[in-house]
Design a protein around this ligand. Structure first.
Ligand SMILES: [Zn+2]
Length: 320
């Protein structure tokens, strides 16, 4: 389609310069652009570079190839913006890669697996109310229509407020921790009252055992409201970074979880209570004289000692 060699003129414009999605990854856009013009992506890259060896995709070559302005392309394709490191992951702080909403893709008659960078707290397409995936499970393919599930739509609002109040990265951390805990609860069928009606609506049936198998793609969306509410607790400074002046005790923590999540949480000193372990981990620095696990004694023994100390405190039986 063109003579190889070093090119002094810009590459000719393609006959079908399809538009990029907002936030689209460069690789995704190049793939879609190539397919729309019946080219192999490698050939399109060579077309833009003017030589067989692949060079980086540049704004000026892409602008010439698509007829779109460099400004518009840089706005839509964050990896090509000046000052952004294209190989960084994520290229934008607090963003995750997700498959674009299938209805947005269908509206443009686009390849359905276009990939975009999105703020981590945006889990639902605002135009079509399609579940895209949580920050903790950004690559799951399951996209569900949640337009008829107000509990999930309201949880999206609380998720955005959490990111706004605590910061995007703090929200990402808290959601990741909370989603691990709620996924484990779902796997064991614990605290199922909020989850079961959602699974019924999303899937049309609930497993007879009430338990979701590991890796089930409905887990992230079915546990989303409880995950967001639990993350709001885990992001609170008095639980996350407790100091001697603001530290609450285990019973207060239990109460906070109950009131924020609506779950009848009861702490247990058990490996099946990951929330209790989370609380333990964030209290270690507050217990004077508590040995650094792994230095003075084996870690398992240290954790057991911390657990028994917290349990005594929670029962109002702390040694004087
Ligand atoms: Zn959409």
């Amino acid at each position: 389609m063109f003579p190889f060699g070093s090119r002094s003129a810009p590459p000719p414009q393609l006959p079908r310069p399809v538009p990029p999605f907002p936030g689209e990854t460069t690789a995704s856009y190049i793939y879609r652009l190539a397919v729309a013009n019946e080219l192999h992506p490698a050939d399109l890259r060579a077309h833009m570079a003017g030589r067989r060896e692949h060079g980086p995709v540049t704004l000026d070559a892409l602008a010439a190839t698509t007829g779109r302005s460099q400004h518009a392309l840089a706005w839509a394709l964050p990896e090509l913006r000046p000052g952004v490191m294209p190989r960084a992951d994520p290229v934008l702080p607090g963003h995750v890669r997700r498959t674009v909403c299938w209805r947005c893709a269908a509206r443009r008659d686009s390849f359905p697996y276009a990939t975009v960078w999105q703020p981590a707290e945006v889990s639902i397409c605002p135009s079509h109310r399609i579940w895209l995936g949580s920050a903790a499970h950004p690559r799951l393919r399951g996209q569900y229509d949640v337009g008829g599930l107000p509990e999930i739509l309201q949880a999206q609002g609380r998720h955005c407020r959490l990111a706004s109040r605590r910061g995007r990265q703090a929200a990402i951390d808290a959601i990741a921790e909370a989603s691990q805990i709620t996924a484990l609860w779902a796997r064991h069928g614990f605290y199922r009252d909020r989850r079961v009606p959602l699974i019924q609506e999303l899937r049309g049936e609930v497993p007879l055992t009430g338990k979701l198998p590991p890796g089930d793609e409905v887990t992230a969306v079915g546990t989303y409201p409880e995950t967001v509410d639990l993350a709001r607790v885990l992001a609170m400074p008095r639980w996350r970074n407790p100091g001697a002046e603001n530290a609450g005790d285990l019973q207060q923590f239990e109460q906070e979880v109950r009131s924020c999540t609506g779950i009848g949480y009861e702490w247990k000193d058990s490996r099946y209570d990951p929330l209790f372990r989370w609380f333990q981990k964030h209290r270690e620095a507050l217990l004077p004289g508590f040995p650094d696990p792994g230095q003075d004694e084996p870690q398992g023994q240290g954790i057991r000692r911390l657990a028994s100390t917290l349990v005594r405190q929670a029962r109002g039986n702390s040694p004087q």
